[in-house]
Design a protein around this ligand. Structure first.
Ligand code: ATP
Ligand code: MG
Length: 440
């Protein structure tokens, strides 16, 4: 097995080896290289201790020095170099109580989560694969190194990582590993929201986000997103749907572009359906008000999962408007853009398309044609540079004050009225015309 190491990785490894230490590229980069995927980053594992590493390179950063990790900077690129270590016992499934350095590579590989992530490589020794990682890559399985119950008890996040890797690689989770997840899923509650968030996003933007169902089936969603379990339990007895809310959600995620905002939006766009459900006399299900309520719920959920405010703002706005259907007339479209906020476009069209593709075939072509025309009209409006926000209005607050309007609420009211007028008559967005209108 020959793996093409990048020049800089070779340089780091050679420098360590020339100084008499062992050094290998390790983990995800080896897995991805063998699979023919482009590694995100190259991690290096070494017998040298952190001080010894620091002494060999001009520029280093103490990334996690207490855990043995030093980042070596070469030009603008950073490479994490970590001393061989044994992760002592984990405290309540969260942090290793103490980290013990070791001089034995195999000990270091043993602490890693999955067999496919526990391989090391350098040019001198070739591939070191002590736990049948290659075999599992060929079988396309995610399997714990060692006893899965023990490994998940040490760090419960590994259960989320198993699902995430299955989703990224299109692998399945090996039987005993999966059984251990079912058994220990509840332990995920001990893991910080920040760590869960990282894995959740990677899972969602992966090639196989439908693996999210594995998180549900094993009991993991019950811990980090019990709202999803409620969605699965909510059927949709109406002409648009052939799936329950949870299944529809996953179909919609799958049909959206691989983008964090869009996939979070699809994951949560119908989150309020279980609480907004009503059944009419014919037995047809309705979910009145679910977009607005969903936006509220999504805000709480995303906060709970410690997402940043920018993400929360974008996702909740898209959820709030995902079902809006302005009539296909320029005035209505301009008003819709104003109401929704220009920033949500064109993402909103991707959301509406993904939502439609997650439903049954009933009127699908018509729905898609509607979205396409909505988007075409939106683009035309942008092209014409028509006024859509107060910022684009030809009159400012200053203009009004200069014309003798009393400072205060009145200024805002007049500007709002002007904008409302201009949304209807874009050609009137001229200072003279608008000022004349208030005089009358
Ligand atoms: P990615 O492509 O997402 O970077 P990766 O496999 O490199 O995937 P990282 O989270 O960057 O994943 O971790 C690097 C390596 O460290 C892993 O390949 C694995 O060997 C080890 N590792 C990471 N997290 C854990 C964990 N929670 N438990 C055990 N080993 C872990
Ligand atoms: Mg990595």
């Amino acid at each position: 097995m020959v793996i093409e190491l990048p020049e800089k990785v070779k340089y780091v490894i050679d420098t360590l080896m020339d100084a008499g230490y062992e050094a290998y590229a390790v983990g995800g980069c080896i897995r991805d290289s063998i699979l023919g995927r482009k590694p995100e980053d190259w991690d290096i594992t070494t017998s040298a201790n952190p001080m010894q590493v620091k002494n060999l390179f001009r520029r280093t950063i103490d990334t996690g020095i207490q855990h043995g990790t030093v980042t070596v900077m070469l030009e603008k690129e950073g490479f994490e170099v970590t001393t061989y270590r044994i992760d002592g016992e984990y405290e309540d499934g969260r942090h290793p109580k103490k980290v013990v350095f070791t001089s034995n590579l195999i000990e270091d590989l043993k602490r890693r989560d999955f067999t496919i992530n526990a391989m090391a490589y350098n040019e001198k020794d070739g591939l070191v694969d002590a736990f049948c990682g290659i075999e599992d890559l060929e079988k396309k399985v995610i399997r714990c190194v060692g006893n899965p119950e023990e490994r998940f008890q040490e760090d419960a996040l590994r259960m989320m990582r198993a699902v995430r890797f299955a989703a990224q690689l299109g692998f399945s989770i090996e039987k005993n590993t999966k059984r251990a997840i079912v058994e220990l899923a509840g332990n995920l509650s001990k893991v910080s929201a920040e760590r869960i968030q990282v894995e959740l996003v990677k899972l969602l933007v992966s090639n196989h986000p439908e693996e999210f169902m594995t998180a549900y089936e094993t009991g993991l969603t019950k811990v980090f997103l019990p709202e999803f379990d409620a969605m699965i339990k909510t059927p949709q007895n109406n002409k648009h749907h052939c799936y329950n809310v949870g299944e529809h959600t996953i179909e919609a995620v799958k049909n959206s572009p691989q983008d964090k905002i869009l996939r979070l939006t699809m994951l949560l766009h119908d989150v309020a359906k279980p609480v907004c459900k009503s059944v009419d006399e014919q037995g047809i299900y309705h979910f009145y008000g679910h977009p607005a309520k969903g936006a509220e719920m999504a805000k709480d959920i995303l906060r709970r999962l410690k997402f940043d405010n920018d993400t929360i703002r974008k996702v909740t706005a898209l959820i709030k408007h995902h079902d809006d259907m302005p009539s296909l007339e320029p005035v209505a479209i301009r008003r819709a853009i104003h109401k929704t906020g220009l920033e949500q476009y064109p993402a909103l069209f991707a959301v509406k398309r993904a939502d439609t593709m997650g439903k049954n075939l009933y009127k699908r072509d018509e729905k898609l044609a509607y979205i396409a025309e909505y988007q075409r009209m939106y683009e035309e409006i942008l092209e014409k540079g028509q006024c859509l926000t107060l910022k684009d209005l030809a009159v400012t607050g200053k203009d009004l004050l200069a014309a003798g309007v009393k400072p205060g609420k009145e200024v805002g009211n007049i500007l709002d009225q002007m904008l409302s007028h201009v949304l209807e008559y874009p050609e009137d967005n001229q200072k003279e015309i608008l000022m004349k209108r208030i005089k009358n």
